[in-house]
Design a protein around this ligand. Structure first.
Ligand SMILES: Nc1ncnc2c1ncn2[C@@H]1O[C@H](COP(=O)(O)OP(=O)(O)OP(=O)(O)O)[C@@H](O)[C@H]1O
Ligand SMILES: [Mg+2]
Length: 328
């Protein structure tokens, strides 16, 4: 493998004595979309700031495409595009000039055709002559992305790219990020919209109190830690679950009108269809059913609350039948 980013034994203690990052080790492959998730203050921006040379590490090393950021800063930095979390966009400069100037900062020769392409892709072409200060918040965020792309980075950091961006624009951004990936850019993003990571990321890293507590393929993570739950509304009250059913994961509600069956998303053990079949052969009749599957958000909340222990996640609804919606 030939990682684009290698972080090893990285620590950061601020002057205040606060340790924001603790022994971070991470390798990012070319072409992947990696989502870094963590609560407010977990250390996401600090980590990105160190990689981009804005904050100095206390110890440890970072290299981009094999170039150590401490020893080959300019080479390493020219491979990186950064869309920062905080927007500094009170400028009276035009959109076109701002993005063109950004490219020049990295020593790249002017390339008007490229700047035009970027502005069109980000739906900023109509605004190219506007002063930055006249743009809306969502447009400013897109401008920051245009700036970050202006020098054709191989590795793009998006720190909360869709904070304050409306739902339809957020979906446009997801498409753009995927298109960048297809074009060969490696992307690392942070987000508080977990469904954004669920939608886009190939791998997920979870950072908690400065520690990277988990790094895994998204699908593997959801399979490993996700759960499914089947809920049945019975046609009439059931005195007890017949012992001969022999399904220990089956439980009866206090009002004896609802049965719940929880099972692993990994598909091991009995599936919903088997349970339904068994129930019907024992004459148990139901009038409605729902299935729910844990989302990445459930898994994330469980992980950050559990102090990093791998536990199965709570459940969120994915499917329902009939008129009754018993969503949690
Ligand atoms: N210059 C600084 N001096 C002291 N502490 C700092 C400094 N910058 C950040 N911190 C602290 O480091 C921790 C991590 O901050 P960071 O901005 O990396 O969090 P984050 O994960 O990006 O959070 P958010 O989701 O809110 O953006 C926080 O506790 C923060 O208060
Ligand atoms: Mg942050």
């Amino acid at each position: 493998m030939n990682p684009i980013l290698t972080i090893s034994h990285l620590n950061k203690t601020f002057e205040s004595g606060f340790q924001a990052l603790k022994d971070i080790n991470l390798s990012i492959e070319r072409g992947e979309i990696f989502a870094l998730l963590g609560q407010n203050g977990a250390g996401k921006t600090t980590l990105i700031s160190i990689i981009c040379g804005i904050v100095n590490a206390t110890s440890g090393t970072v290299s981009v495409a094999g170039k150590d950021i401490a020893h080959h800063y300019r080479d390493a930095r020219s491979l990186i595009g950064l869309v920062p979390q905080e927007l500094y966009t009170d400028s009276f400069e035009s959109v076109w000039n701002t993005v063109s100037f950004s490219r020049g900062l990295f020593g790249k020769p002017p390339n008007p055709a490229l700047i035009e392409k970027i502005l069109k892709e980000l739906s900023l072409w109509d605004k190219r002559d506007n002063k930055i200060i006249t743009l809306s918040g969502g447009m400013k965020r897109r401008l920051m992305i245009a700036k970050a792309l202006s020098h054709e980075p191989q590795l793009l950091f998006l720190d909360e790219p869709t904070a304050g961006v409306d739902v339809s624009l957020r979906k446009d951004m997801w498409q753009l990020v995927k298109a960048l990936q297809t074009a060969g850019t490696t992307i690392i993003l942070t987000t508080h919209y977990i469904e954004e990571a669920e939608e886009m990321a190939d791998r997920i890293g979870i950072i908690r109190n400065g520690e990277l507590i988990l790094v895994d393929e998204k699908l593997a993570l959801m399979k490993k830690l996700g759960k499914k739950e089947l809920t049945l509304q019975l046609a009439g009250p059931l005195d007890a679950i017949p012992a001969e059913l022999n399904i220990p994961e089956l439980s009866l509600s206090a009002n004896r009108l609802e049965l719940k069956y929880t099972f692993e998303s990994s598909g091991e053990g009995m599936g919903a269809a088997d349970v339904l079949h068994k129930l019907s052969t024992h004459g148990i009749v139901f009038k409605d059913l729902q299935t729910r599957q844990s989302t990445l958000e459930d898994i994330f909340v469980d992980l950050v609350n559990a102090g990093g222990k791998e536990t199965s996640a709570a459940l969120a609804p994915t499917a329902t039948t009939g008129e009754d919606h018993h969503a949690a």
